[in-house]
Ligand binder design. Sequence first.
Ligand code: TMP
Ligand code: ASP
Length: 251
Amino acid sequence: MSQLSKLYEGKAKILYATEDSENLLAYFKDDATAFNAQKRGTIQGKGEVNCTVSSVLFQYLEERGIPTHYLEQTAPNRMRVRAVKIFPLEVVVRNIAAGSLCKQTNLPLGRPIREPLVEFYYKNDDLGDPLLTRDRILLMELASVGQVEEMVALALQIDRYLTTFFEDCGITLVDFKIEFGLDARGQIRLADEISPDTCRLWDAAESDPQRRVMDKDRFRHDLGQVESTYRALRERVLQAAKIGNSSPSAD
Ligand code: TMP
Ligand code: ASP
């Protein structure tokens, strides 16, 4: 499938049109940003890791009945996806307190969250991606009531499946960010990526708060060994996918 014009360039990916208007090609970059792009750098090989990890996880979720935009991985850092219209929302699911939740509340880092928390943030760099309420989403007409409910239900299902998948990798899924889009038929599909850039992943065998980090927090907080940790994460994910996971069955 040939790559035509560039449709969109984000911080971590470029989307290209193809000769089929319902398909796009996503190219995963090595560029890394944090704190609303105030910090910039390169993580060598990140594009290949994130594309491969996302491909494995999208396939895993599709097999369990979650609609995604994934079609195929066409190269280590390229993925063919269905064209979707992305909701300008970042949907974050939290299983353990970390990151902005700890900064904005008095919850200590590492506190387990019994009922996973689903949060919506407005994808808007100028406003600094603020936390939204359901009523603000409706007021701003970013999604309908039914769409918000469907995204919450899908996010919780995805959390269950990913938690099990990562347990099989010896990794604790602390929290993650996902994005949804609407396809040509109006169906909500999981889109964007699921990777160490968009998840907090802790090595379950490590208790040291810095050594256990297997995600972009290594880059955000200058913890070192960023590239090697991304590669190690990819190996664990590929290994778990090869063995096949004893996952919860589709609802
Ligand atoms: P937070 O604790 O900083 O709000 O992040 C929650 C999760 O969302 C964490 O797994 C990292 C991910 N995330 C992104 O993927 N993109 C972002 O821009 C931010 C702020 C967080
Ligand atoms: N990706 C975001 C940015 O650079 C923030 C982050 O992941 O920490 O704006």
